[in-house]
Design a protein around this ligand. Structure first.
Ligand code: ADP
Ligand code: MG
Length: 313
């Protein structure tokens, strides 16, 4: 059986509206990041590879199976959509048991699978609580658990890091890496390249329905190092943080915001900055409210990857 997810000249139109156009991809196991601004076609690609959508043109094949054969594909795929919708009043463990029932797994086997995956996403303590009362990070984890509980080979996760604080993000990222190490496909989407570039084995950059760049992360990262990236850090202790950042050689500039509760940090190695921030939050208990690329969207990144006009390659 093939271990690849293949797109051959795939286009998807919603009536007149372009979803994705002429996509050719062949993805192996490991972490693949689909990155692009809103409307660039990330969710469309995910819906195509999970069989929720049929291509208008071209061919999709997942592990050698056509998504037209849902009975063959469904056991092998777990999909977290970008939406945060849960059945009303559902509790964490109950959600997993109903997912398992959908896959035809019941009884003791289902209970064991549910408990195993709850441990894995560190939600055992909240298993009997209503999902509606979960924090954003817990909701992302129960969604992941629900995609993972039937042990699929392919996990498709639409914006799984969206809205998470640095700690919750680091935890989830650790899990993605474990899952990839087990030989699974982990496909994650994001509109922020720097959220995923440090963890992905390969990245596919999308813009307006086209694949505009793709490659192994080391190549993309190399290009990055020549272009310092700006990151906005919000913290009541911004002046102290500024002093700490300055001592790191990858930081090329630190600018304190007028309200003294935020910093714009220019760094050549965003991943080192994120690691440093995680350490400061965890070990030194420094209050950090938010961390985000200062560029509004990923277009700034495209500019230096593909040229100022964003022309299609
Ligand atoms: P992303 O996930 O990157 O934000 P999408 O795949 O959701 O991008 O959207 C790609 C394009 O397809 C956008 O122009 C969007 O408006 C359009 N689109 C997505 N879903 C639909 C739909 N169900 N009906 C019509 N247009 C859609
Ligand atoms: Mg989307």
């Amino acid at each position: 059986m093939s271990d690849r997810i293949r797109f051959e000249n795939v286009s998807k139109f919603y009536g007149e509206v372009l979803g994705v156009n002429r996509v050719d991809l062949s993805l192996g196991p490991g972490i693949t990041a689909l990155v692009g601004p809103n409307g660039s076609g990330k969710s469309t690609l995910m819906n195509l590879m999970t069989g929720l959508l049929r291509p208008t043109r071209g061919r999709v094949e997942v592990l050698g199976i056509s998504p037209r054969d849902p009975a063959d594909l469904l056991p092998r795929v777990g999909y977290c959509t970008q939406y945060d919708a849960f059945p009303r009043g559902v509790k964490g463990r109950q959600l997993l048991l109903s997912t398992l029932r959908f896959h035809g797994i019941r009884g003791e086997e289902a209970r064991q699978s549910a408990d195993r995956v709850l441990d894995r996403v560190q939600l055992a303590y909240a298993a009997r609580r209503k999902v509606a009362g979960y924090s954003k990070g817990m909701r992302q984890r129960i969604k992941l658990a629900s995609a993972l509980v039937h042990e699929p080979r392919i996990l498709v996760l639409d914006e799984p890091l969206n809205g998470l604080d640095p700690m919750a993000r680091a935890e989830l990222i650790g899990l993605f890496q474990e899952l990839a190490t087990e030989g699974r496909h982990v496909i994650v989407s994001s509109h922020i390249l720097h959220e995923v570039d440090m963890i992905a084995d390969r990245v596919v950059l999308l813009n307006q329905g086209y694949v505009v760049a793709r490659g192994d992360i080391p190549e993309v990262r190399e290009e990055m190092t020549e272009h310092p990236l700006q990151i906005l850090v919000r913290s009541p202790e911004a002046p102290d943080l500024a002093g700490i950042f300055f001592r790191h050689e990858h930081v090329v500039q630190v600018e304190l915001l007028d309200d003294r509760k935020g910093l714009i940090v220019k760094t050549r190695r965003p991943e080192s900055l994120y690691l440093l921030l995680n350490r400061l939050v965890v070990e030194e208990d420094l209050p950090v409210e938010s961390v985000a690329p200062a560029d509004e969207d990923v277009l700034a990144v495209y500019e230096y990857l593909i040229g100022p006009e964003g022309e299609v390659v």
